[in-house]
Design a protein around this ligand. Sequence first.
Ligand code: NAD
Length: 693
Amino acid sequence: MGAINPVVDLAADGDIAVLSVNHPPVNALSQQVRAGILAGVRQAIGDPAVRAIVLICDGKTFIAGADITEFGKPLQPPSLVEVEDAIEGSGKPVVAAIHGTALGGGLEVALCCHYRVAVPSAKCGLPEVNLGLLPGAGGTQRLPRLVGVEQALDMVTSGKHVDAKAALAAGLVDELAPEGALRASAIAFARKVVAEHRPLRRVRDQDDKLAAARDKPEIFEGFRKANAKKFRGFLAPEYNIQAIEAAVGKSFDDGLAVERKLFSELMAGTQSAAQRHVFFAERAVWKVPDVPDETPTIPIKSVGIIGAGTMGGGIAMNFANIGVPITIVETKQDALDRGLGVVRKNYERSTKSGRLTMADVDRRMQLFTGTLELDKLADCDLVIEAVFENMDIKKDVFGRLDRIVKPGAILATNTSALDINQIATAVTRPEAVIGLHFFSPANVMRLVEVVRARSTSKSVIATSMQLAKKIGKIAALVGVCPGFVGNRILYARSQQANAMLMEGAMPWDIDKAIYDFGLPMGPFAMSDLAGLDIGWIPEKSKSSTIREVLCEQNRRGQKTGAGFYDYDEQRNAKPSPVTEQIIKDFAARSGRPQRQISGQEILERCLYAQINEGAKILEEKIAIRPSDIDVVWINGYGWPVYRGGPMFYADTVGLSQVVKKLEEYGPLLGKDFTISPLLRQLAADGKRFQDMK
Ligand SMILES: NC(=O)c1ccc[n+]([C@@H]2O[C@H](COP(=O)([O-])OP(=O)(O)OC[C@H]3O[C@@H](n4cnc5c(N)ncnc54)[C@H](O)[C@@H]3O)[C@@H](O)[C@H]2O)c1
């Protein structure tokens, strides 16, 4: 007994062998861990003094998954399955002792043990689906044998963890151990198993929970139907379901073969590659090359918000959620009351789903101070301006803030598109000015574009990124340009969509192509949702655009029951003959030849124009890296995760193909359209955005 290798140790506690893994930070199943467990189990089995084995981990957690850095590389033996077979096939009982999180391959290993003991704070889960995969080491076959088909379906397709108490109730865990006494409890449990001559309980041999679901295809069909919207376009949830169907319908070994086949398909496919890309992109996005981790940050103990409209209220909720007091300023009492009323209503809605109690709501609302006086912001550590999108108003607000707010505080704007460098000229401390561009609804949407202006200090940047993380957002640091990263790319798409209306496509044709590609909605449905009258001034309206005509006819989007589409009471959209006529009249007057536009052309023009704009953004160093653009479009605009973001998608299409198509469309793309030199260069070099360093 003793060290098996640098990460696995075998110790004796009387007649119980304790095999412990120590591979920080999360005891991931690296080659060494696999080899160490295999050798340790074999040694314990071969040792006549050993009656049972406990598998336990040092550090903060049980094995928390595969070693993701080994993905896509040739596997170094032993395979995980070899390790599992050794454990499950052991003639001596093996007990998994679980603390922290038993995730993915970690839980699959635990499922091969004959018994599982866990502390109450432990969690178990199979999150492979989030990487576009399924548990490929028996997880889909063993889990339903322990917890039943319904719960297994839920766990593998959501990737969610269950806590130890729920795991005990479900049969996934056999006994709870007192917190802090896991090792001793697991050893005692193992001794009890030996003393009572309990049978070796191999999960592969259990059948009663599967039998309950046999000949009931409605369980699977019902589950698919109930989740159709959530799973739309994703392969991995469907494959996970099929693997569990195989568990029910086939022998264990045949089911395992199905699982393996489905796993290999997913692993080799584009979707999983895209989802793994997103996983790493969402970690990389926090790193700012010239703002190192040790940059001093400013403690944010109170926040001021100016404007209690759509954005101000939603932004404020993020801070109330983490217990930070907010002072919110409006110009008129009724606007303030309305704004705070909306916040309360939003919170109260969360009580219906059980996420908050009324006491939680009251506690959060108590953190709000409403006022009509800007002076009340004097002591705030951070002020976020969310007033009307108007440069003069914003400069006026910043000029006044400059005189009121204490030195050292951050002065942020939520502008969607205005020049923050210009806003910063209104203050004597431009280093304090930054953009915090939240997305609507700001209490829900995960993305924040943190916009670095010319003079923004590193400490203001570091604090903003850290704060975004604290309120549960994902932040991308971007530079100043019209629309920043997200809306600038959106605008490039809108231009193509609008141009195609003049060439013969209808809004619903364009929306359908974009929806079918995987986005939650197309550009025209999105406009109807946002309201067509944003920035529209009735007195100045001259029927000069389709949008103006629609607004003039009071077709201002969903809120008026009509926009590009007609809406019924439940806000279901229907193509509108009125809109169609308006578009046809415009197209006739423009003299553009009309033709049938294919779904493929719609997609290529919309998406490739976006990619081209993304390349320009990189050229201008508005975004730090291509994957940041992907993070923005996934979290701010609902780009399908399984396509990895627009820049990753471009790589899968091939950049030379993108350039070739843009050249073919040529003049159709607009008289000001130019192909990004960076995109051309990468294409010419046979490179991908992912290869940029
Ligand atoms: N709505 C969106 O989807 C969205 C998304 C991202 C960013 N933004 C940006 O957020 C900002 C606010 O947009 P919104 O949609 O919340 O607008 P809104 O019209 O809903 O709210 C603006 C609020 O600011 C108040 N206000 C105006 N001047 C003020 C002043 N001097 N002092 C105090 N309060 C004042 C108004 O009374 C109003 O309640 C704009 O810059 C907008 O471009 C909006």
